[in-house]
Design a protein around this ligand. Structure first.
Ligand code: SF4
Length: 694
């Protein structure tokens, strides 16, 4: 006899929210998910979870999910439900017409860091082998693309260097531009445990995040910098270390290029990079800068964790390089308890980058211009690959406005909400002749779509996600796809309709192809993952048990490379019209633009986004806590309610962006990272004024 609501069986799978990658036991009763129980053997979470993974899965069965394919001739027409075959035929006929009329490069696709490795792998394969160009990009473009550039240049590959477990051997933690308590809560708990045991904490953030003054944690230093000055702060820390003789010379001589180090050391030692000079324009007291630098250099094992507060800037790539420099100059790379760690926002940011979702890179971060790498895929796929990098998403939108880019396949991403300068995104999308959206819900981007292909949730498919510590975790199907097909099947059917001879019968076969063509995944297979639970890449002949720590005997690129990091102030300036700086972040119960979490009971914990404003700035404008305010920038304006708090410094305001009405990206500008085009979401000059509401 089975009681109502009691599970009959369970399946081990992986949370589809943040980059911690917690494992859960999905307890099922038939097709009904009874509850998600954090799995005690999960190597990233050890039985812990947060309120998103534990409770926010109801969107999977939400009534607003679209379950049938739909097409329409014009975006002003009503949607018309069609069969899958009609939908595929329509897409293929439109893509063929457009390429015939406007050229091979007039179409492209976007993969998603929400989807599995296998799904992103076959989308980039579809573009390169089916579209015949390299016009593929990923939503990692707008979050961690500077990590790819910065760590690639300095260390040789784009990945966190240490595993989560090794925080237990860290003595000094730097957190810069990240708020793990809200965005990576399970890992934040592990950090707090280590901090309670006596490790020291340095927080570099314009806002007083929870970790700054959490009970029994209390940061040794909080450096509340002016938004946009990360590079200056990091260079000033290096200045103190170099000029006070705190470098780890033995490490540098053995592991790094010495002449590049000497050049860099001479640069950071210049008096203009001193804490006293830096205080003047960052607002961080010189003594705090000196103290933090000395603590990091002399306090034992040092680890640096960073987030989008580092990358989403016009100097995002430079700041990542500055972080790598700081780790190398103190010898904090290549062993347990030390390292550089990008905290990935989405579940599979690491994986989508690993899988070749960028227009210039094949899987495993190998440049498309490299003939020997292309040769591997040309033999495997039976095609000739284009050696020229394709268009980034921002270039696709620019080209659409200019009239040369006409069709886009978007899998699992809502670019109208998540990309910068909403008006430009809308202009680009509305200039295209065929926009195909594959998603769970009719999102904002779908307003500009001609074809809608229903997507599947993580509960409905097999695959793998790769978390922020490079851990490849299995995602296991616990229920039948409500739309009939997992996302990888939809992409494969589209490829077949285009005439490609694809015959995967299970995602494990896609992983076998990934392993056969990507050296860092050479020994990865579903059988092996089932045996060991999860594994961290590189996993190959040299590292059969995976690699919890990277760059142990040498950097992937050989010698570690010090690079000068000249601070250049952003072009986004404050002035009389826009005197405040807006920065953004997330809250614990919600996730990104909220497409999933808003369709669960978690929404009760955060029913609206609020604008945090310092009491002085609020008083000057006659604004009280809870008042409606108008938030205006050079790009646009929106309305939301004020939260008066000294968590933000005078001159700085802050908001979350989980509700579509907030329209944070109507406010943000089109300034972007110089190397990767990652948008500068974290610095926008704004004015706040009282409002009567939306
Ligand atoms: Fe773990 Fe992140 Fe999921 Fe929370 S959202 S359960 S921390 S993976």
């Amino acid at each position: 006899v089975i009681e109502i609501g009691q599970p009959e069986h369970s399946v081990i799978t992986t949370c589809a929210y943040c980059g911690v990658g917690c494992n859960f036991k999905a307890e099922m009763r038939g097709e009904e998910l009874v509850r998600m129980v954090p799995w005690k053997d999960g190597k990233a979470n050890h039985g812990h979870s947060c309120v998103k993974g534990r409770f926010a899965y109801g969107y999977s069965t939400h009534r607003e999910r679209i379950l049938n394919p739909m097409i329409r001739e014009k975006t002003s027409d009503p949607w018309r439900e069609v069969t899958w075959e009609e939908a595929y035929a329509h897409v293929v006929s439109e893509f063929r017409r457009i390429q015939y009329q406007y050229g091979r490069d007039s179409i492209g696709a976007l993969t998603s860091s929400r989807c599995t490795n296998e799904e992103t792998y076959i989308v980039q394969k579809l573009v390169r082998a089916g579209f015949g160009n390299n016009n593929v990009d990923t939503c990692a473009r707008v979050c961690h693309s500077p990590t790819g550039y910065g760590l690639g240049q300095t260390f040789g590959t784009s990945a966190g260097t240490q595993d989560f477990d090794s925080v237990e051997h860290t003595d000094v933690i730097i957190i810069i531009g990240a708020n793990p308590s809200d965005a990576h809560p399970v890992f934040a708990s592990r950090m707090k445990k280590r901090l309670r045991e006596g490790a020291k904490l340095i927080v570099i953030d314009p806002r007083r995040t929870e970790l700054v003054s959490a009970p029994h944690v209390k940061a040794a230093f909080h450096l509340p910098l002016k938004p946009g000055t990360n590079v200056a702060i990091l260079t000033a820390l290096a200045h103190v270390i170099v000029t006070e003789g705190l470098c780890d010379e033995a490490f540098i001589r053995e592991r790094c290029d010495w002449s590049e180090f000497e050049d860099w050391a001479a640069f950071v030692a210049e008096p203009r990079h001193s804490p006293e000079e830096t205080e003047a324009f960052t607002g961080v007291p010189a003594e705090a800068l000196r103290g933090a630098a000395r603590l990091f250099a002399t306090g034992g094992n040092g680890s640096i964790y960073y987030g989008l507060g580092v990358t989403e800037h016009s100097q995002g790539s430079t700041a990542v390089i500055a972080i790598a420099n700081l780790a190398m100059v103190t010898g904090n790379i290549g062993r347990t308890g030390v390292g550089v760690n990008p905290l990935r926002g989405q579940n599979n940011v690491q994986g989508s980058c690993d899988m070749g979702s960028f227009p210039h890179e094949l899987p495993g971060y190998r440049h498309i211009s490299d003939e020997s790498t292309r040769d591997i895929y040309e033999k495997m796929w039976g095609v000739t690959l284009n050696p020229e990098p394709g268009l980034r998403v921002n270039n696709m939108l620019d080209a659409a406005v200019d009239g040369s880019f006409k069709a886009l396949y978007v899998q699992g991403e809502d670019i109208l909400q998540s990309d910068p300068d909403t008006r430009h995104v809308a202009a680009g999308l509305s200039s295209m002749e065929c926009v195909v959206v594959q998603d769970l819900f009719l999102n904002e981007t779908a307003n500009y779509a001609h074809v809608f292909l229903p997507g599947s949730t993580f509960l409905e498919k097999d695959g793998t996600f790769t978390n922020a510590e490079r851990r490849i975790n299995r995602v296991r199907r616990v229920m039948t796809p409500r739309n009939g097909y997992a996302d990888w099947e939809v992409t494969q059917n589209l490829a077949r309709a285009m005439g490609l001879d694809w015959n995967y019968t299970h995602p494990s076969e896609i992983m076998d192809e990934i392993a056969a063509t990507t050296p860092s995944f050479a020994l990865v297979s579903y059988d092996y993952l089932d045996k060991v639970g999860s594994i961290q890449w590189p996993c190959n002949e040299q590292h059969p048990l995976g690699s919890p720590i990277m760059h142990v005997d040498g950097f992937v690129r050989g010698k570690g490379k010090f690079i000068r990091t000249e601070y250049v102030a952003t072009d986004e300036k404050t002035g009389p019209r826009f005197p405040l700086l807006l920065t953004t972040g997330r809250i614990l119960s919600q996730y990104n633009v909220g497409a999933q979490t808003r369709r669960t009971d978690n929404v009760a914990w955060h029913a609206e986004d609020r604008l945090e404003i310092h009491p002085h700035d609020a008083e000057n404008r006659g604004i009280r806590d809870g008042d409606w305010v108008r938030l205006a920038s050079r790009a646009g304006e929106t309305t939301l309610r004020a939260l008066v708090t000294d968590r933000v410094a005078p001159g700085v305001v802050y908001t979350t962006f989980h509700h579509p009405g907030t329209q944070a990206n109507v406010i943000t500008t089109d300034f972007a990272d110089w190397a990767t085009s990652c948008p500068e979401y974290k610095v926008t000059a704004v004015q706040i004024s009282p409002s009567n509401g939306p």
